[in-house]
Design a protein around this ligand. Structure first.
Ligand code: GUN
Ligand code: ZN
Length: 679
């Protein structure tokens, strides 16, 4: 029986802001669970909630079971009674203690510990997986993976009503991680922890952790939360979240405090080495380094613990907010600057962006701040370029004019005289490309996100420059033209002209009037709004959508104040509205009918169960649970058509999940309906 208990609210990269529901309430993810010891904790669970804002804790069922007084109280009053806490509690199994204290295999019975976790009412129990010691060699790691899988199979069969976490092992071997994840994914676990990373954490081997997460994530079901077991250092939260880790636990807050160390988002510092406290948490704001150093040991430890908790909780909030804003990449990039090993980890991530891009949602409105040469690898930028190459409708023209960016927005305002002339012409006569640090933007698509939203400095690094010339070469390679005109001007990327591979003569001119002379006269005139609309529709959907403009008489209504496109009408009906922040269109119901008639790609059509057709037709959200058919190419954030099983249009709206998620999730909204049959 599959429990539907995880719902996604927002996405960025592989990261998601989600809601996980347990028997003791629901929590927001990414989530950090402080580890509490049933007897020894200096800070009680309720205080963790009230004072620090945590929502869930994790404790250890093996420790509870092996101390008589904990065991009896837990059996009598449940783990919630033992911890005097009524919120969600996850329990671990003793795997880590087996590894850490090198206990004999008979120490814990793998099925008895599951039974015990059920008996004490744990909200999420954990299997007794086999933790691989570092550097034991591949064969031992393989045996640990197989043992974990055997136990997983038996454990999942007896979980009953308890949610159960099935841990991925495989040490530093990516193929073993994949094997483990693939096999575990076939079993009905509620949470998928990635285990065995503590030694990597301790050795600062963050690049290996990124490899381990990527290998595991490849095969894990996207409708279940992923827990990065033993990652309690805030400096890695942003990175791990961007790779799709939803749950974290921290024993570090206490362990580090016990040895006089302070966790910071940028690393670790020893209190003994400080003359100032480099932190603005309530603890550090109310004391000084010297005063803290002179506290008695227990109090010092408690103060450091509180500091560690404030910092860890704050970073997790920051991660969630960054996901909501589509800016987690920037936070990861910032953290990467804190330590060379984090930079190395970040580098492993940026060389594996193809695994991430499919999850990153389309149609975001976030600005993209340059953080360094990695910015051009961001999913938003790569996707824009890929779509442009695949979908831009004007491939055959007389002249191509290239206008390098000088930092003004909109780009057109920096080249008014030229744009006025281009607007009157047909695309067969001339096309115009703005060249910016993020790549090539044809004039028609200048308002499409993220071309206006990328904020780069005036001094541009060489990797960014090469990427611009590669992108331009690729665009020109896909276009047939007779003359190439370059508007020479004071732009940070003007000099990429020297590195282009194109072997056509480039006419370089340095004034607007010279550009106009160079592109020559054209007697054919056109309506620029239709020219632009066709490009946007082709980019947003496909050529069938773009061709609709040639087949159907439409009127385009411009904004009085900005003279940008606002609506597209047919007779009295509005078909599409242009969203100013994305430069993309939202179809009305009538617009949806027109797209359906035009035969747009199945990639943008979501088929619902007839059972809920009436609800959707009334404008209610299309729920993932009732999605019958959807393309695996559909990305979250796209504007889609929602139809019933007889292909009747029920409504139009924005996909909140990608195609794969719509099929796998049984909870949450698949498409937020904007316009519907009856509304
Ligand atoms: N705590 C830290 N690492 C692990 C792990 O790999 N497995 C389990 N069960 N608990 C852990
Ligand atoms: Zn502090």
């Amino acid at each position: 029986m599959c429990m539907a208990n995880f719902e996604i609210r927002a996405k960025d990269g592989l990261a998601r802001v989600g809601r996980l529901t347990t028997n003791h309430g629901s929590v927001r993810t990414p989530l950090l669970m402080p580890v509490v010891h049933p007897g020894k904790s200096l800070i009680q669970p309720q205080e963790l909630v009230d004072e620090f804002g945590f929502e869930m804790v994790i404790t250890n069922s093996y420790i509870i079971n092996s101390h008589e007084k904990f065991r009896e109280k837990a059996i009598a009053d449940g783990v919630h009674g033992l911890l005097e806490f009524n919120g969600p509690i996850m329990t671990d199994s003793g795997t880590f203690q087996m590894y850490f204290h090198d206990l004999p295999r008979e120490e814990i019975d793998p099925l008895a510990i599951i039974e015990f976790q059920k008996k004490i009412g744990s909200d999420i129990g954990t299997i007794l997986d086999a933790f691989s010691k570092p550097d034991v060699g591949r064969e031992q790691v393989e045996r640990d993976v197989e043992l974990s899988l055997d136990r997983a199979k038996l454990s999942v069969g007896i979980k009953e009503n308890m949610m159960l976490a099935g841990t991925i092992q495989g040490g530093g071997f990516e193929d073993l991680r994949e094997r483990s994840a693939k096999a575990m994914a076939g079993m009905d676990f509620d949470v998928y922890p990635i285990g065995g990373v503590v030694p990597f954490m301790e050795m600062y081997r963050y690049a290996d952790i990124v490899r381990i997460i990527l290998a595991s994530k490849k095969h894990l079901p996207i409708n279940r939360p992923v827990h990065l077991f033993g990652c309690g250092h805030p400096m890695l939260f942003a990175q791990a979240a961007y790779l799709g880790c939803d749950l974290f636990d921290s024993a570090s807050y206490a362990k580090f405090a016990d040895s006089g160390r302070m966790l910071l988002n940028s690393g670790t510092v020893h209190l003994e080495n400080l003359s100032e406290l480099p932190c603005d948490c309530p603890v550090c704001s109310n004391t000084t380094a010297d005063d803290m150093k002179s506290l008695p040991n227990l109090e010092k430890s408690q103060a450091l613990m509180k500091h560690n908790l404030f910092v860890s909780a704050g970073e997790m909030r920051r991660v969630r907010q960054a996901i909501m804003e589509g800016q987690l990449f920037e936070l990861v990039a910032l953290r990467a600057r804190s330590h060379p090993t984090l930079m190395e980890a970040f580098h492993i991530m940026t060389t594996n962006m193809e695994q991430i891009i499919h999850s990153d949602p389309f149609g975001k409105t976030n600005s993209i701040f340059y953080t360094g040469s990695e910015t051009i690898l961001r999913p938003e930028i790569t996707r824009y370029h890929t779509r442009l190459i695949e979908r831009y409708p004007y491939r055959k023209t007389h002249s191509v004019t290239i206008v390098p960016d000088i930092g003004g927005r909109p780009f057109s305002d920096t080249a008014n005289t030229i744009i006025d002339e281009v607007r009157k012409r047909t695309p067969e006569s001339t096309i115009l490309l703005f060249l910016t640090p993020m790549g090539v933007t044809p004039w028609e698509l200048e308002h499409v996100h993220p071309s206006q939203q990328c904020i780069f400095p005036h001094s541009i690094d060489n990797a960014t420059k090469s990427s611009v010339s590669e992108k331009l070469d690729e665009f020109l390679g896909n276009t047939s033209f007779t003359s190439l005109v370059w508007f020479d001007r004071e732009s940070p990327i003007n000099n990429i002209i020297d590195s282009l591979k194109i072997n056509q003569r480039i006419i370089r001119v340095s004034s607007a009037s010279a550009v106009l002379d160079a592109i020559g006269d054209s007697s054919q005139k056109t309506d620029w709004t239709l020219r632009k609309l066709k490009a946007v529709m082709s980019y947003q959907w496909d050529s069938n959508a773009g061709n609709l403009i040639d087949k159907m008489p439409v009127q385009v209504v411009l904004s009085r104040s900005t003279s940008k496109i606002r609506y597209v009408k047919s007779g009295d009906d509005i078909l599409f509205t242009m969203v100013p922040t994305t430069g993309l269109l939202t179809p009305t119901y009538t617009g949806g009918l027109a797209l359906l008639d035009a035969g747009i790609s199945q990639d943008y059509i979501v088929t619902m169960d007839n059972e809920v057709a009436e609800f959707v037709a009334d404008g209610k959200s299309a729920l993932a649970k009732f999605v019958k058919k959807v393309s695996m190419n559909l990305r979250a954030g796209e504007e889609v058509l929602v139809v019933d099983e007889d292909h009747k249009l029920l409504g139009t709206g924005r996909a909140l999940l990608n195609g794969k998620e719509m099929i796998e999730f049984s909870r949450g909204v698949a498409v937020m309906i904007r316009h519907s049959l009856n509304h």
